[in-house]
Design a protein around this ligand. Structure first.
Ligand SMILES: [Zn+2]
Length: 431
C-alpha cells in the first residue's frame, strides 16, 4: 500500500525534525518526508493535521506468555495490544513455559509473529538454561536464531560468576544483557515496597536496597567485562545514582523505566489493590521524583511498559496470592503525553527518542527514524484525544491496570508497520 500522510507534525529526532511535513510511503518504505508532497494516483491519504507523526514506537520489555500461558496472553493478543498502544515493534521476554532458551523456540515465536501481520516481534532469549541461573544458554546459537538480547527477566542471575560469563559472551555476540536487578534473599516473600506503608498494612516489604545491590554488582561486571548492560525497570533513587556514577566512569550501560514507576507511589497499594502489585514494587515519592529528573536529564534511555498480563482470576485473588504485573502496552503513550510531555517534563522530541530511537539503538534494531529508505513503521498520535482508561477495551487478555478510569490525553491514532495500517482510531485492521 502506498500512502501520503498529510500535514502532521513530524517529530523525528534522528533528523532533528519537529515541524509540519508530509510523509510519502511506497512499497512499505519511507520515500520522502517534506512539505507539500504530491500523492501519486495510487496513493491513499492519511489526514494528519493536528496530529503527531513519529517513527514507530518500540517497547523493549513485554511479556507475551506464549508458549505455555495462553490464558494470560498469546503472541496474537499481545501484538494486537501493541498495535493498539501505538507500538510497531515489541521485544518479548523469555520467561514463557517452556522458556525461550533454545534456537527452535526463538524461531517458533518469530515465525508465529510474522504470520500475523501486526506489530513486529523481536525475541529476547534466556541468559541461562531454563532461566534457572546456573549455566549460561547457547548464546551464540540464540543470537544467530534472532535473539536481540539476553535476559532472565522475572528473576535475576544470582550467581556473579555466571553473570560475568554471560556478559563476556554478550560482548562476543554484540547483544546487550537485560538485567532484572533483585537480590532474592532480601525480597523473599515480599509483597510491596519496604517502608512505613508496608508496616502499616502488614505486608512484607521489598527494600530498594535489594535492587540497588544488584545494579551495583552488574555495573561492576560490565566494567570488568566490557559487555553491554541494560538495566530493566529501574525503580529507586539509589539505582539512578548508581547509574549516574557509572555513566561518569564510562561503563557501557543503558537503562529503562516504566510509566508506573514514574507516575505511581507505594500508596497506590492502599486497600490491598492487586492492580498495584508489580515487581519491582512501586516506591516512594522521592523515587518517582528522582526517576522523572533522570528522564528529563537524559540519564535514562528508554521507556518500556513491562507489560505483564495475568488472568482476571489470578489478579482478583487476595493480595499475598496475586501475581506481580500489570497490562501496560495500551496505556504507555497517553500516560507519557499526559504526565510527561504536557507538564513540560520532557519534550516531544525526547519522548520519541525514549520510545523509538533509543530502544532501536540499544538493541540494534531497524527503525527509530523516518529517514528515506527505512521500512515505513510509523506511529501517529492525536495529542488532543482525551478518554478514560477502560481495560475492557484492551486488546490484551490482561485487564489489570492501576490506571483504570484515569482520563488521559494523547492516544495513538494510527499504527503503520511496513506500510500496512494495522491500527486506526483504536481498531485493529485485519490484513
Ligand atoms: Zn518484565
Amino acid at each position: 500500500m502506498n500512502w501520503l500522510i498529510k500535514g502532521g507534525r513530524v517529530v523525528d529526532p534522528a533528523q532533528g525534525l519537529d515541524d509540519v511535513r508530509d510523509v510519502l510511503v511506497r512499497d512499505g518504505r519511507i520515500i520522502k518526508v517534506g512539505p507539500n508532497l504530491k500523492a501519486a494516483p495510487d496513493c491513499k491519504e492519511l489526514e494528519a493535521t493536528g496530529k503527531v507523526v513519529a517513527p514507530g514506537f518500540i517497547d523493549m520489555h513485554v511479556h507475551l506468555r506464549e508458549p505455555g500461558q495462553e490464558d494470560k496472553e498469546t503472541i496474537e493478543s499481545g501484538l494486537r495490544a501493541a498495535a493498539r498502544g501505538g507500538f510497531t515493534a515489541v521485544c518479548c521476554m523469555p520467561n514463557t513455559d517452556p522458556p525461550l532458551d533454545n534456537p527452535a523456540l526463538i524461531a517458533y515465536v518469530l515465525q508465529k509473529s510474522r504470520e500475523l501481520n501486526l506489530s513486529r516481534l523481536y525475541p529476547i532469549a534466556n541468559i541461562t538454561k531454563g532461566g534457572r541461573g546456573e549455566e549460561i544458554s547457547e548464546m551464540v546459537e540464540l543470537a544467530e536464531a534472532g535473539a536481540v538480547a539476553f535476559s532472565d527477566d522475572g528473576r535475576p542471575v544470582p550467581n556473579s560468576r555466571v553473570m560475568r560469563q554471560a556478559m563476556e559472551y554478550a560482548r562476543l555476540v554484540n547483544r546487550p544483557i537485560v538485567s532484572h536487578c533483585e537480590d532474592l534473599e532480601l525480597t523473599r516473600g515480599g509483597q510491596m515496597n519496604e517502608g512505613p506503608y508496608s508496616y502499616r498494612w502488614g505486608l512484607r516489604g521489598m527494600p530498594a536496597a535489594a535492587e540497588e545491590i544488584m545494579v551495583a554488582r552488574d555495573l561492576r561486571l560490565a566494567a570488568l567485562t566490557g559487555g553491554r548492560l541494560h538495566l530493566a525497570h529501574l525503580s529507586s533513587r539509589g539505582s539512578v545514582e548508581l547509574l549516574r556514577l557509572a555513566r561518569r566512569e564510562g561503563i557501557p550501560v543503558t537503562a529503562e523505566v516504566t510509566p508506573h514507576h514514574l507516575l505511581l507511589t507505594e500508596e497506590t497499594v492502599k486497600g490491598y489493590d492487586t492492580s498495584a502489585k508489580v515487581n519491582p514494587p512501586l516506591r516512594g515519592a522521592e523515587d518517582t521524583r528522582a526517576l522523572k529528573q533522570a528522564l528529563a536529564e537524559g540519564l535514562l534511555d528508554a521507556i518500556a511498559s513491562d507489560h505483564a498480563p495475568h488472568t482476571r482470576e489470578e489478579k482478583e485473588a487476595e493480595f499475598e496470592a496475586a501475581p506481580f504485573g500489570i497490562s501496560g502496552l495500551e496505556t504507555v503513550v497517553p500516560l507519557v503525553v499526559t504526565f510527561l510531555i504536557l507538564p513540560g517534563i520532557i519534550s516531544w522530541t525526547r519522548a520519541v527518542s525514549l520510545l523509538s530511537r533509543q530502544p532501536a539503538a540499544i538493541l540494534g534494531l531497524p527503525g527509530g527514524s523516518l529517514t528515506s529508505g527505512q521500512a515505513a513503521d510509523i506511529t501517529v498520535i492525536d495529542p488532543d484525544l482525551e478518554m478514560p482508561v477502560d481495560p475492557q477495551q484492551f486488546q490484551s487478555r490482561g485487564k489489570s491496570t492501576p490506571f483504570r478510569g484515569w482520563r488521559l490525553r494523547g492516544w495513538p491514532l494510527a499504527t503503520m508497520v511496513g506500510g500496512n495500517l494495522v491500527m486506526y482510531r483504536g481498531r485493529i485492521l485485519e490484513p
